[in-house]
Design a protein around this ligand. Structure first.
Ligand code: 13P
Ligand code: SF4
Length: 330
């Protein structure tokens, strides 16, 4: 194995013997190495089933902050693993594929964001967790879609706020809190492409179905949604709500947990503008595979590292989020 392979491929391109049972081997390795596997709701079904914990961004960062494991294997995208490393620097954090990035995090360059902050002095800077460590280091408080409303509301009403990088989430939080946060112009390529007309056609064909949406979706989709929330919130809604059918406007991986929790209910993935591209799948999340997970755990590579100066600054903004969330019982 050589380090340039990791740079080229983003993962360990090492052949795996055909006769091994990958799930059994992964179970052995995680025990031997005292590793915990944290998985996001958007990864493929069998990886969700193999994870020690599956959750949304807030739940995963809470788990990463409290785990006793020596190694954290993150089945999600890079900023999630980076958040785990920032919170648990003494642990080894590994990720099956370093190229599992995030278009929303990429829509906010640290140099440009710094200029934006400098051009608007006197603002509290709130950033969505879907950001690089560099952006977190420039931020006062991190939020996720599970706690953004409550954290914004915890600040005095006259506080001037910069919110980045997701303009859709920012607009939505402005609309429900009556704030006028200054928004960075970023978006997620998966959530911005849901097809409103196709969603409304589906609703006409299935009048008994409720439309549920992630706040990263564009405003027209949010306007027709009957429930808006983080992945964990959408999942909980489908468990407690009385309807039997849902049109789900977020990455399709979440349907696995919805079907598991409510096997008698029907879940219809909201269609994308380009129906040929399967773009309600996040291509970054789907870079995680069981083969890459096996090699990652076996060789403990690729490892996620964060510069210590940046880590210390970034940690403050994440800890503030965790503290406020704990106080509010989130
Ligand atoms: P959640 O925190 O709701 O899981 O969102 C993560 C994400 O990346 C949405 O695209
Ligand atoms: Fe990032 Fe969008 Fe993928 Fe979520 S769905 S990880 S916001 S690219």
């Amino acid at each position: 194995m050589n380090k340039s392979d990791l740079k080229n491929f983003g993962f360990l391109n090492i052949p795996i013997p055909k006769d091994i049972n990958l799930v059994e081997e992964i179970n052995k390795l995680r025990k031997e190495k005292n590793a915990v596997i944290l998985g996001h709701f958007y990864i493929e079904d069998k990886l969700q089933d193999i994870s020690d914990f599956v959750g949304d961004s807030l739940q995963l960062s809470q788990q990463a902050a409290k785990t006793n494991a020596d190694i954290i294997v993150f089945l999600g995208v890079h900023f999630m693993a980076e958040t785990a490393k920032i919170l648990s620097p003494e642990k080894k954090v590994i990720i099956p594929d370093l190229k599992a990035g995030c278009s929303l995090a990429d829509s906010c360059d640290a140099k440009d964001f710094k200029k934006f902050i400098e051009a608007n002095p006197g603002h509290t800077v709130i950033s969505y967790v879907n950001t690089t460590a560099d952006i977190k280091a420039l931020t006062d408080i991190i939020v996720t879609s599970s706690n953004a409303k409550e954290i914004v509301e915890s600040l005095p009403a006259n506080k001037k706020i910069i919110f980045g990088p997701d303009k859709n989430l920012g607009n939505y939080i402005n609309s429900i809190t009556g704030r006028n946060m200054l928004l960075w112009d970023g978006a997620c390529h998966v959530h911005k492409q849901f097809d409103l007309e196709a969603i409304l056609r589906l609703k006409k064909e299935n009048p008994d179905a409720k439309i549920i949406a992630h706040p990263e979706c564009e405003q027209p989709v949010l306007i027709v949604a009957e429930h808006i929330g983080s992945t964990a919130s959408m999942l909980k809604f489908t468990q407690t709500d009385k309807s039997n059918k849902y049109i789900v406007a977020t990455e399709s991986g979440i349907l696995h947990q919805m079907k598991k929790a409510s096997p008698k209910k029907v879940f219809i993935p909201a269609p994308a503008l380009d129906s040929t591209c399967g773009c309600n799948d996040c291509n970054f999340m789907k870079l995680n595979t069981i083969e890459k997970l096996y090699n990652c755990l076996k060789y403990e590579l690729p490892e996620v590292v964060v510069d210590e100066k940046i880590r210390l600054q970034a940690e403050k903004s994440i800890r503030r989020m965790l503290e406020i969330s704990a106080k509010l019982g989130l």
